[in-house]
Design a protein around this ligand. Structure first.
Ligand SMILES: Cc1cc2nc3c(=O)[nH]c(=O)nc-3n(C[C@H](O)[C@H](O)[C@H](O)COP(=O)(O)OP(=O)(O)OC[C@H]3O[C@@H](n4cnc5c(N)ncnc54)[C@H](O)[C@@H]3O)c2cc1C
Length: 321
């Protein structure tokens, strides 16, 4: 594998962990090749941080030229770099941006495209891309005959490399954004104060069993006591009980916390596709036969409205927290 391009992203004005994870994956796939990172709307210190985490070159679009995500501009930049360096693999995080960019870029480059991967491996000289299929019930592995492949990889699948500030690399500044057919009229940031689910070490997630939006008010103190974030299954998001940004699962976010407390969640495969890699799953559910108990290390059979407040009080009373 000669040259890999990683499209890095910012989250809340900081380098997103997913980009660092893609760099580690790129380094693993091309230990002696070149890893280029594309970083748009950021600054030099962030570019240096990408070099410390594995990039050999960073193409840095300044904040002035690249103010936020723009499909047209980002696709044009990534395509130009991929062509110039005969890139064989482009990696992006499986975020709304990455999932928007990947097919556009693949079309532009006449490349194969695999989105939502949970594994990218080199076997017998060919790249294999693994991802969930058939509603999360099976995993499929793809390989392509195209010269280049564009892939998005779910967060938390690979560990970022530790920062090595002795690493050296080149920073190429990009002061002008390519012409774009898209004009951004307004941007609205959602949940700006909340902890990002992808980065949270503890997640308390609620499902249909909460029986309404007020159920999330019961989960919040528990998440706060544990220094964690609140997530959800798809049902409460679709019912408007909480924001879609909180959805975990096949069509939501992939999370890998140390502790995942599933409250009133049955444990459907579509949901587990997003949280099954959590280190410890705890389930609170009235149904002792719920599928979530097969995944959980600890479980409480009971009504969340009684169990969660009692658990919150007990956790707050612990001296070490
Ligand atoms: C293509 C596709 C993609 C999908 N993507 C996703 C996805 O990304 N994420 C996702 O989550 N789902 C997704 N789904 C939906 C998924 O299949 C399930 O329908 C969904 O996960 C069920 O959500 P739930 O567990 O909250 O609800 P339910 O399955 O209805 O479970 C509710 C649970 O709450 C328990 N309960 C009830 N009352 C209480 C109480 N008082 N205290 C404690 N427990 C209680 C019940 O015993 C039950 O186990 C997808 C489906 C499809 C077809």
């Amino acid at each position: 594998m000669n040259t890999i391009l990683v499209v890095a992203e910012l989250a809340n004005e900081k380098l997103a962990m997913a980009g660092l994870e893609q760099l580690a994956l790129a380094r693993r796939l091309a230990p002696t090749g070149t890893v280029i990172a594309l970083l748009l709307g950021a600054d030099k210190a962030m570019a240096e941080a990408l070099i410390a985490r594995g990039a050999d070159q960073v193409v840095l679009g300044t904040r002035k030229a690249f103010d936020g995500y723009n499909s047209d501009g980002w696709t044009a930049c990534a395509a130009a770099i991929a062509r110039e360096h005969a890139v064989t693999l482009v990696l992006a995080a499986h975020t709304p941006r990455g999932a928007d960019l990947a097919p556009r870029l693949a079309f532009r480059l006449n490349a194969g495209c695999a989105t939502g991967c949970v594994g990218v491996e080199q076997k017998d000289g060919t790249l294999h891309f693994t991802r969930a299929s058939h509603g999360g019930n099976v995993r499929e592995t793809l390989r392509f005959e195209t010269e280049c492949v564009v892939a998005t990889v779910r967060a938390g699948v690979y560990d970022a490399l530790p920062a090595d500030t002795t690493r050296t690399g080149e920073i190429v500044a990009l002061d002008t954004a390519p012409a774009s057919r898209i004009r951004i009229i307004e941007r609205q940031r959602e949940d700006s104060g909340a902890q990002r689910l992808e980065d949270a070490r503890v997640i308390v997630a609620g499902g249909r069993g909460l029986n309404g939006p007020e159920g999330f008010k019961v989960l919040e103190p528990l998440a706060e006591a544990l220094g964690g974030a609140v997530g959800a299954s798809r049902v409460p998001c679709d019912l408007g009980w909480c924001s879609h940004a909180m959805q975990i699962g096949l069509t939501g976010k992939t999370v890998t916390p140390e502790l995942y407390i599933a409250v009133g969640i049955s444990g459907a495969s579509h949901h587990l596709a997003g949280c099954g890699n959590a280190k410890t799953i705890v389930a609170i559910n009235t149904d002792a036969d719920a599928a979530i108990f097969r995944e959980a290390k600890f479980g409480v059979v009971g009504d969340y409205a009684k169990v969660v407040p009692a658990l919150t009080v007990a956790i707050k009373a612990l001296p070490s927290l």
